[in-house]
Ligand binder design. Structure first.
Ligand SMILES: [Zn+2]
Ligand SMILES: [Zn+2]
Length: 401
């Protein structure tokens, strides 16, 4: 039964035109990394005049905006929107396509932060009826730059400690308006792997006088897939991909060394630890067995994105109340990663995907996230605004009860 204080879908529709305009302005002027000053300026201008308390991040261009409700029952809810783009060209042909060479909003963060502005406006207009506090987190640097972690290290979660947190991510391969998530692991941890296998170069015709690192690299690649298949439980999986092998310069020269890059994805801290230790051990020992050395550097990526089952139940209820039939529980996690995981590590909450397949398209065949032709159905942003507002209202009123 729908017992919202407001018709949030209608409130979202009322904000839509402005939010679409904001999203297009941000889309045309994308920025990458932890410093997105032009995007921050557009967001701040769009929030100007609202009864919000702004706290800036000192290490990024991000900020939080605090909305204090008419009542204060002690509860605080955090809503997050990221704002950074990707280092890639845009090929959508849209008339508001990127004007910045090699930068594109191909992950939809332009829509995320714009929807959050819409939610801030809609909630601010009804602030007297809110029984607690809403924190809006506008965050750069999601695409591998740990923006959320920097904002947390800046102390921004402690300004007004949230009791729950929620974020939405658009998904072009789900029908418009569908809401998808799952309790527990939603997205994987993401570690970057760097291998340097060192031997001794020489003439390709006399390998016995050299120490050839190339077959050693090949053996390590094969052994790593055996390690994952035989040592990592199928019920708590890991994905390990070697994505770059770089060594050698000519057909008759054995090189000194081979460099390899890869990524490790897991769904639990336990398997993450086991896989990190194991891959290092295998690379080092295979190299040693052949008289070479392997140096393995693991760059910490994002933690696993864990959704609190109570937050997911709340989202299911909200989704069904706002628009029946659009709730689509996900049977399995996705092995991609997301830095909202840093927030969810500290605050119980959830992230959900919202389908944005353009009108008339076949969701399964739309250009996916991170594709040069990725587009979204902008009208869905009204529902995205409604989801944010409804989550805030329900959580502030009832907590997880
Ligand atoms: Zn992305
Ligand atoms: Zn993203």
């Amino acid at each position: 039964m729908n017992d919202f204080s407001t018709d949030w879908i209608a409130a979202g529709e009322a904000e839509l035109a402005d939010v679409v305009a904001l999203r297009r302005a941000i889309h045309a002027d994308p920025e990458i990394g932890n410093q997105c000053p032009r995007t921050t300026a557009k967001l701040r201008a769009a929030l100007d005049g609202l009864p919000l308390e702004i706290h800036e991040s000192t290490s990024t261009s991000g900020f939080i905006a605090i909305l204090r409700g008419g009542g204060d029952n002690g509860r605080t809810v955090l809503l997050r929107g990221d704002m950074d783009a990707l280092p890639m060209p845009e090929e959508t042909g849209l008339d508001f396509a990127s004007q910045v060479p090699n930068a594109m909003h191909a992950c939809g963060h332009d829509s995320h932060c714009s929807m959050l502005v819409g939610a801030a406006r809609a909630l601010a207009a009804r602030k007297d009826s809110l029984p607690g506090t809403v924190v809006f987190m506008f965050q750069p640097g999601e695409e591998g730059h740990h923006g959320a972690r920097f904002m947390i290290e800046d102390g921004l979660l402690d300004v007004q400690r949230p009791d729950s947190a929620f974020a939405l991510h658009i998904y072009p391969n789900a029908r418009a308006g569908a809401i998808q998530t799952r309790p527990g692991a939603l997205l994987a941890s993401t570690d970057a792997l760097n291998f340097t296998i060192r031997g001794a170069g020489g003439h390709a015709a006399m390998p016995h006088d050299a120490m050839d690192p190339i077959p050693v690299a090949a053996e390590i690649v094969t052994a790593l897939s055996v390690f994952i298949a035989r040592q990592i439980p199928a019920t708590d999986p890991a994905v390990l991909s070697i994505t770059k092998i770089d060594g050698g310069s000519a057909y008759n020269i054995i090189p000194d060394e081979v460099q390899m890059l890869g990524t490790l994805r897991t769904l639990s801290a336990k398997t993450r630890q086991k896989a990190r230790e194991g891959l290092k051990r295998i690379a080092e020992n295979i190299a040693a067995a052949h008289g070479c050395t392997a140096e393995v550097r693991i760059d910490d990526g994002y933690p696993v994105t864990m959704c609190d089952p109570r937050a997911v139940s709340l989202l299911k209820q909200i989704s069904e109340d706002l628009e029946p039939g659009q709730w689509q529980p996900m049977p399995a996690p996705i092995m991609g990663g997301e830095d909202f995981s840093y927030v969810l590590r500290e605050v119980p909450g959830a992230m959900a995907f919202i389908g944005v397949a353009p009108e008339g398209s076949d969701p399964a065949h739309n250009p996916p996230l991170h594709n040069t032709k990725m587009t979204i159905e902008e009208s869905v942003m009204a529902k995205g605004i409604a989801m944010h507002c409804a989550y805030a209202e329900r959580f502030l009123e009832n907590g997880f009860d």
